[in-house]
Design a binder for this molecule. Structure first.
Ligand SMILES: *Cc1c(COP(=O)(O)O)cnc(C)c1O
Length: 448
């Protein structure tokens, strides 16, 4: 079957059926609609009573002491940094392969970012590269469970404890993931996560901060939740200033999001199980194909993918005669997998924002405006980060475990890989830039 002619050269497409609702997300039912209408009819779009219920649900779901709702994940992560005491002249460590919101708002706190390399297998921060990045000004490590894969939390927590720095988990890609019996977001000192409608736990524009640390929680409140910054605050250093938000920010969640969030969370574990069954089945089907490797934890490791947001596969061109990822993904798209593209997020350290931009009028680049060293010089030692885009491709994000449909998609990848010699004849190689933070829009525009 796999020796069939590639669709790129006039053969029959591997994906024959209409996709229907195979990828539709989030799944919206009457329950969501009624929850949203209830908020509208009560005129409760602002306020926090629904949000507080959502927070209680979320706390129970993760088994945490505190959950604080935000208008988005970006601000939940900013508040997590402030909660950890990140301030002027401080450094945070973050992978360069992530969405910018994992770290960029550190600049607004007067802090800077040191980028650590990633592990080529997990695609998450490489614990072995953290000590190179640490200085006496390091306050926190932001760990991203990248495209659903849990980071090496045991190793990272050990280093953080050794140097007395906080760990912030960015769970925006990996809701529901498990690391050795612990849910992602419950292992570090605090976690922040997005729940915007493209993510696995898709609520609308929304974010959540969770922690067991009362002081971190209260500092996060003080930064941008003035309606809660009141007599209930226990942290001594915050008490004299209660009433106005210390950051001058307003971060509360829109209650249409909170209401939909309660419904989505109620169904999340069951839907997530379907996604996991489907995605694992897809990878099982490709296990024997040269050049392609699953990006998922090993069976028996006690580590499980969360969410499978923007999931990727590893590409090993050495096993396919050096075929470029660009040509490979083109062949897969021709088989009927519309969203198969090379790469992942363009490394953050290569963006001008992290090189030369003077955002806050310091008279020098923001990245080094308040730091005791030029942290940009550390960017030259990120070899895995810089080469990774030529070794990754996107895979479909199935929302239902439908074997025969998944088999068609898997066959598209199988056909392209097994016919690599034919593809090599017309391989133009890779362009100088692969990937993007808004990859699909960018690449599609290029093609048009
Ligand atoms: C989406 C995302 C965020 C930001 O969340 P928003 O809700 O869009 O503000 C942060 N970190 C990562 C890794 C993300 O993918």
């Amino acid at each position: 079957m796999s020796s069939e002619e590639l669709a790129l050269f006039g053969g029959t497409k591997a994906v024959a059926t209409e996709q229907g609702d195979l990828f539709t997300w989030p799944i919206i039912t009457q329950e969501d609609e009624e929850a949203a209408l209830d908020v509208l009819r009560k005129g409760a779009m602002s306020g926090i009573e629904v949000t507080e219920q959502f927070e209680a649900d979320f706390r129970d779901w993760l088994g945490m002491d505190y959950a604080l709702g935000f208008n988005n994940g970006t601000n939940a992560l900013l508040a997590a940094m402030y909660g950890c005491g990140v301030g002027v002249g401080d450094e945070i460590i973050c992978p360069s392969i992530t969405y910018w919101a994992s770290c960029t708002s550190a600049y607004s706190l007067g802090a800077t970012v040191v980028f650590a390399d990633i592990d080529p297998v997990t695609l998450c921060m490489d614990p072995k590269d953290i000590e190179r990045c640490i200085s006496e000004r390091t306050k926190a490590i932001v760990v991203v469970h990248y495209v659903g894969h849990p980071a090496a939390m045991d190793e990272i927590m050990a280093i953080a404890n050794k140097y007395q720095v906080k760990v912030i988990e960015d769970v925006s890609h990996a809701h529901g993931g498990i690391y050795k019996g612990k849910k992602l977001g419950t292992i570090g000192h605090v976690a922040g996560m997005s729940m915007m409608s493209g993510k696995a736990l898709a609520v609308g524009e929304a974010g959540m901060l969770v922690t067991r640390d009362r002081e971190i929680y209260e500092r996060a409140i003080a930064l941008g939740h003035y309606e809660r910054y009141d007599q209930r605050i226990e942290t001594k250093s915050l008490q004299p200033f209660i009433e106005l938000p210390l950051g001058g920010y307003k971060f509360r969640m829109h209650q249409l999001s909170s209401a939909v969030g309660r419904v989505q969370l109620r169904h999340y574990d069951a839907r997530h199980e379907q996604i996991s069954l489907a995605m694992n089945y897809f990878w099982d089907l490709l296990e024997d194909v040269p050049g392609l490797r699953a990006h998922r934890p090993e069976k028996g490791s006690g580590i499980y993918m969360g969410g499978w947001y923007a999931a990727r596969g590893h590409y090993v061109p050495e096993e396919l005669g050096g075929l470029s990822i660009t040509r490979f993904t083109e062949a897969v798209r021709a088989e009927g997998v519309e969203d198969c593209y090379p790469g992942c997020n363009i490394p953050l350290h290569t963006h001008l924002l992290n090189k030369t931009a003077d955002v806050y009028s310091h008279g020098k680049p923001t990245r080094i405006a308040t730091s005791h060293r030029d942290v940009r010089q550390l960017d030259s030692r990120l070899p895995v980060t810089e080469g990774i885009s030529a070794r990754l491709f996107t895979i479909p994000w199935f929302k239902h475990f439908r074997k025969s449909e998944i088999e068609q998609y898997a066959n598209a990848y199988r056909k392209a890989a097994l016919n690599y010699e034919r593809l090599l004849e017309s391989d133009q190689g890779n362009p100088s830039l692969l990937g993007g933070w808004n990859m699909f829009a960018k690449l599609k525009k290029k093609e048009a």
